[in-house]
Design a protein around this ligand. Sequence first.
Ligand SMILES: O=C(O)CCC(=O)C(=O)O
Length: 256
Amino acid sequence: MDSDNNCTLYPAQGYQIFRNVLSHSWLQSTRDAAESVIQHYRENGPFGRENDVSLGELAQSRPQRNPGVDGSKWINEPFIIGDLLTQDGHFVSLLAEQALWSIAARLLATEIGQVIFHYSNLTRKPAGIGPSIVWHRDAENTYFCPNNDRLLRLLIPLQGMSRENGGTAVVPGSHLDTKIDKTTLDEHTVIHPELAAGDVLAIHSQLLHGGAPNRSHRERDVLIMQFGVAGATFRHQEVLELGALHPRGTFMQLLK
Ligand SMILES: O=C(O)CCC(=O)C(=O)O
């Protein structure tokens, strides 16, 4: 149902899976870069940067998101690490890759030269202690959101992701009905796409999505990149991460 690299499902479903976008070697080097950033966070603790979220601090401030987890033990465990391009040059190389921009251009219905990068982060649900992610639409985000709602998030799991390890859950078609109440969702309308490491899950800005805590023995690290279209004005632009608002050409130049 969901594997369709021609994007024909996206208009009706509001999400699309692209299989094997990261090759084995890209996947391995991305995992290595993610591991080094995670390790740095563990050794140095929360950096106090607005774009990072500690798993322990989240568990303390919103215990309902992570039942049974004692936040005080996990202050140095990252839940979200943002501004990835400043953290490791590998993420700059990855962002220069055409495949990600081609997907963004097709789903945003524009030319690849009109696509711009907004921001990226690593969103983690570590084995056994990963928190839930509440139901939301990305167009509601107050971090980085254009007035025209033309944004697209690409989620790239670095390990296989499914319902079992707190994989991203979606409500197909909910992008077409923004009146659906996210507080009273019928669970029969929810699906949990199964992704292999290196697949890409593209999410429409109005699609309802979220996910349960990870209480499995499997890690779940997801690289997230948000793209938009050049020329938009913004209703929220909390932080300009390195590379924000730039097209692919900038990242290719940085590699020279
Ligand atoms: O990590 C996930 O499962 C979902 C992340 C997400 O919802 C988002 O970035 O908007």
